[in-house]
Design a protein around this ligand. Sequence first.
Ligand code: PMP
Length: 335
Amino acid sequence: MDYANTLLDLIGDTPLVRLHQTLDLPDEDGPLVLAKVEYLNPGGSVKDRIASRMIDAAEASGALQPGGTIVEPTSGNTGVGLAMVAQQRGYHCVFVCPDKVSVDKRNVLKAYGAEVVVCPTAVAPEHPDSYYNVSDRLSKQPGAWKPDQYSNPNNPRSHYETTGPEIWKQTEGRITHFVTGMGTGGTISGVGRYLKEQNPQIQVVGADPAGSVYSGGTGRPYLVEGVGEDFWPETYDRSVADRVIEVSDADSFAFTRRLAREEAMLVGGSSGMAAYAARQLAQELRAAGQTDAIIVVLLPDSGRGYLTKIFNDDWLAQYGFPTGSETDTAQTIGE
Ligand code: PMP
């Protein structure tokens, strides 16, 4: 019989799927753009990988004791991964989220049995109510352990040990460019280091919301969730990215919607942002005659958590973003 012993055995080994229409390039010609579809992980995001690796290490070191409590500031996906592993291994979870995180995402955490504490986004990291400080206080309670995805070396290590080797194997070592968004920087640092060790010619490209520190900003608020920072996390290896492409919220959201309508990929805003950057890169490479380039872009999570935001015309209109509906109607009438 073919079955997994527990859901945790299904983390990783996600597929690569080629992008077509959204690239606005002739389909019969390169560059080839392959999406690493991380929402097919059992918890629905790339963060399942770091959650299991961080918990394994904490158990091994004794930092997490039987029946202990996991306390973490998270925008949702790391929480789901941690809650899933915790449920299987008998730990409690308390998650601290900024208020910009969608209600849908918070409810998912609660569904796994976790507790959620919501903190204001509009305060500095050093403010006592900031989600970093609230989680610090909670993690000092007896029996508590804070994975701290922003400084835990097992975050980038999980990508060095799983995501990177998977991409190398799946592309038979032919990958030329890797594109990903950056939050903690764990993905780009771990995957980037692994790939460059295999072939130093591989270009590692970060995609970043306009305003974030990674693309030279100061942390000015942007709406895309899970990526961009207002500080430099320890998990980010500054030497790994060859280039950072800045993407506006408007372009990230419009492209997220295109991925659902044109590629049938229902993904989140950080996926739209990364795929937009990959498309820009593909167009540049094609213009330079590099049609044999093979670009892998990592799509971190599913669009299900953003149905009331990115996929809601009223929400987009409220921020002055185009919804695309007018164009769709015009095209339908014209056809
Ligand atoms: N997209 C989403 C939706 C995320 O939750 C995260 C993690 N914060 C990322 C992208 C970025 O990944 P990393 O933390 O590995 O840089």
